[in-house]
Write a protein that binds this ligand. Structure first.
Ligand code: ACO
Length: 379
């Protein structure tokens, strides 16, 4: 079959067959392996969800315990990776630090046959285990502190918050953070997943696959939007300024960050769950000055853009949750990456099962037979 129609952004064009996740953007439904996101957020944990995504079914108790133990065992990163991170500029963006560090893992864990299930398992475990440690390590290093080693008595989410903030989180904080990881773990054929799959299709090593996806996630139209949301709320500054701000966006043809989605034409189901989590945190830890601004902004966007199907996406409330957990705003996107590693790895594995290198075509719009002009004749 020849497809000749050019669709910018490949909108609506299937790039793969996948059984990992499903979105119904009209009804606001998201499922991982057929299970609704609301159910996973309430009943599962991030590690169990990662197992579900990557291995295709919920683990038994013994399988989950073994998976969690393997990840716990591999959480540490090599001192030489820490030393490399100490050479990064402190003002560099943590997403750039993460992309570099993720790629550096490939220097230490040799490329082996991608048809070896033990190699696949080890790569999955290492990436899930080490990415959070690298995010936390860069945070401490840029503050001039020594990275904190992982704490074996803490589970995945609590250990990350501990390594990041240098103190044990409360049970509620750890639980809320774990749910955030579950919510961001996978989302069908988004830009970073596509990037991971294109890279995977060349049969390169999994660390290169994840580094490629991290680079794609960093942009403000994708994972970088959660950081932009907080900057926007800061700029708006008060409830009274919300509607003038939206009017200014319309006048300048500027997007309101945290709203709109290529697939969802209703409120993103993850935004609803995140809003509830934010409210739970505010009840325990006190409200947030930006929450009222966010509520008014959401209402203003519904009033003005609702008919166009532009509603809050996953990034709109996640920043408020992370802010309440004491996380700096430039770490929001790296945290997204910690979680999305699960989805990227699931797609990497699925790609390897039926691999064909990505090699789309293009519609050439340039000239032909152009003579070479010597440099002294160019004006
Ligand atoms: N604010 C104002 N208008 C918007 C917004 C928004 N946030 N999003 C879309 N629109 C408008 C566009 O201006 C356009 O209007 P027009 O038809 O009159 O020109 C129309 O809706 C369609 O917008 P597109 O940008 O063409 O839609 P697309 O599907 O390409 O973009 C995207 C989706 C990139 C997410 C977009 O909505 C956006 O830039 N949102 C803000 C950034 C953001 O929150 N990104 C996070 C997405 S979720 C994630 O990646 C995890």
């Amino acid at each position: 079959m020849t497809v000749c129609e050019y669709r910018p952004g490949l909108e609506g064009i299937p790039a793969a067959q996948s059984s990992i996740s499903f979105v119904d953007g009209q009804k606001g439904i998201l499922e991982y392996r057929g299970i609704r996101i609301e159910e996973l957020a309430e009943k599962s944990t991030f590690l169990e969800t990662a197992y579900l995504l990557i291995w295709g079914a919920l683990p038994t108790g013994a399988e989950l315990e073994e998976f969690a133990d393997e990840i716990r065992y591999h959480r540490r990163i090599k001192y030489r990776i820490e030393d490399m991170m100490k050479c990064f500029p402190e003002k560099g963006h943590p997403m750039d630090a993460l992309q570099t560090s993720a790629a550096a893992l490939g220097l230490y864990y040799a490329r082996r046959a991608l048809d070896n299930p033990d190699y696949i398992r080890q790569a999955v475990v290492r990436l899930l285990a080490k990415i959070p440690t690298m995010v936390a390590a860069f945070q401490l290093i840029r503050k001039g502190n020594h990275p904190i080693q992982p704490n074996d008595s803490l589970d995945y989410a609590a250990n990350f918050l501990y390594m990041l903030t240098e103190k044990r989180p409360t049970d509620l904080a750890a639980k809320v953070f774990d749910v955030c990881l579950t919510l961001h773990a996978e989302h069908t054929m988004n830009a970073s997943t596509f990037s991971a799959m294109v890279t995977a299709s060349t049969l390169t090593d999994p660390y290169g696959v994840i580094a490629s996806a991290v680079g794609t996630l960093a942009g403000p139209l994708h994972g970088g939007a959660n950081e932009e949301v907080l900057l926007m709320l800061e700029e708006i500054g008060s409830v009274a300024n919300v509607r003038p701000y939206v009017e200014k966006c319309i006048a300048n043809k500027q997007k309101v960050m945290g709203f709109g989605h290529r697939v969802y034409k209703v409120k993103d189901p993850r935004a609803t769950i995140l809003q509830n989590l934010a409210e739970q945190l505010f009840a325990e830890l006190g409200s947030d000055e930006y929450y009222d601004i966010a509520l008014e902004l959401e209402q203003a966007v519904v009033d003005i853009y609702g008919e166009k199907g532009i509603y809050a996406n996953v990034d709109f409330y996640s920043g408020l949750v992370y802010r309440k957990l004491g996380i700096p705003s430039d770490l929001f996107t790296p945290i997204f990456a910690i979680s999305r590693v699960a989805g990227w790895l699931a797609h990497w594995k699925e790609q390897l099962n039926a691999n064909r290198i990505f090699r789309p075509t293009q519609i050439y719009t340039g000239q032909h037979e152009v003579p070479y002009t010597p440099i002294e004749q160019r004006s």
